[in-house]
Design a protein around this ligand. Structure first.
Ligand code: 5RP
Ligand code: MG
Length: 221
């Protein structure tokens, strides 16, 4: 089996479209996946997805909607604007997730995927239901607010990530990541590291993205 080197995804959580586009132009070529972040989507809507798709026709674009309901409509709206993948919150119902998957695949074929955003309380029994529904990507998230309240990345997170991978998920990891956090995951088959502020708020965002990539290659290459 070919060894997977984790992808790098940039999250554009700007409060304005211009800021998000400026950051996308600066770092788009350095990353594997570009995320239309929740913060910006809530401000400007899926126009952000469309602009990113036009700027980067060959990149994977994710709409981080954290969709909780109306999965089919929201997935269709984002897919037609150019999203390959879309996120649903883990507390959404299976019908919402399934409707979102169906809609995104109607536009994108097999390339269309739904990712489950893990926040708060969820169980491995629920996770099995997501797999059964044909959803095999999960995003393990340390929330911005939990991190601000003093939470840190640690062994408890690693164990959950490893268990989800063992169940068959491709697991992305995110939440306040910086280059130094990555080594904590050494030996774990992380699918994608998602970094927002660690890249976009750096003095030189393109350089910051390259440093993330270099560290990923050093550890997993
Ligand atoms: C917040 C998000 C962010 O996009 C994700 O956490 C990455 O941003 P940062 O690296 O700035 O924490 O989905 O809900
Ligand atoms: Mg996000």
């Amino acid at each position: 089996m070919t060894k997977h080197i984790p992808n790098l995804q940039v999250a554009l959580d700007h409060s304005d479209l211009k800021g998000a586009i400026k950051a996308a132009v600066a770092v788009g070529a350095e990353v594997d996946i570009i995320e239309a972040g929740t913060v910006c989507l809530l401000q400007v809507g899926s126009e952000l997805v469309e602009v990113l798709r036009n700027l980067f026709p060959d990149k994977i674009i994710v709409a981080d909607t954290k969709c909780a309901d109306a999965g089919g409509t929201i997935a269709k709206n984002n897919a037609v604007r150019g999203a390959d993948w879309m996120t649903c919150i883990c507390s959404a119902t299976i019908p919402t997730m399934s409707a979102a998957l169906k809609a995104i695949q109607e536009v994108n074929g097999d390339k269309g995927e739904i990712q489950i955003e893990l926040y708060g309380d969820w169980t491995y029994d629920q996770a099995q239901l997501w797999l059964d529904a044909g959803i095999s990507q999960a995003i393990y998230h340390q929330s911005r607010d939990a991190l601000l309240a003093g939470e840190t990345w640690g062994e408890k997170d690693l164990n959950k990530v490893k268990k989800l991978i063992d169940m068959g998920f491709r697991v992305s990891v995110t939440g306040g990541l910086d280059v130094d956090t990555l080594k904590l995951f050494e030996g774990v088959d992380v699918y994608t590291f998602i970094a927002g502020r660690g890249i976009t708020e750096a003095e030189n965002p393109a350089q910051a993205a390259r440093e993330f990539k270099d560290e990923i290659r050093r550890i997993w290459g």
